[in-house]
Design a protein around this ligand. Structure first.
Ligand SMILES: [Zn+2]
Length: 130
């Protein structure tokens, strides 16, 4: 048995309906691929470890239904054309693989201020307090 599961494009919120097997282990939908994940097109096999996720081209990918709830009467094509990625949960040695390991923690600086108050080489402090 498979049934449609819907996802939102992270760029434009267009809904896509993808036929999935009963077992769902989705991790995230992101505008970029996770490092180390293998992505398949929706028309390729991706269940049962055939891939680690699915790559969509918003509004363009075959094998899925775009904007299933929208009235097609106006003939406009849904989607923004940007790629986005559905990533499944991956396990390695029984541990869930975290795609955000390390790199994101080191690139995000919680305190970007280069110098706080009281830096030793501020403007010459000879004026003191009046
Ligand atoms: Zn889109």
């Amino acid at each position: 048995m498979s049934y449609p599961v819907t996802y939102h494009c992270p760029h434009c919120e267009t809904i896509v309906a993808l036929e999935r097997d009963g077992y769902l282990a989705d991790k995230a939908v992101t505008p970029y691929p996770f490092e180390g994940w293998r992505y398949a097109d929706p028309t390729e096999p991706f269940e049962d470890d055939a891939a680690d996720g699915v790559r969509f081209a918003c509004g363009d990918s075959d094998g899925v239904v775009w904007a299933p709830d929208e009235d097609e009467a106006d003939g406009s094509r849904p989607g923004c054309g940007e790629p986005f990625y559905l990533s499944f949960v991956r396990y390695e040695n029984g541990q869930e693989v975290d795609p955000r390991a390390e790199s994101e923690f080191v690139t995000i600086d919680p305190d970007p201020r280069p110098s706080g108050p009281g830096t030793p080489d501020g403007p010459d402090g000879s004026g003191g307090f009046w």
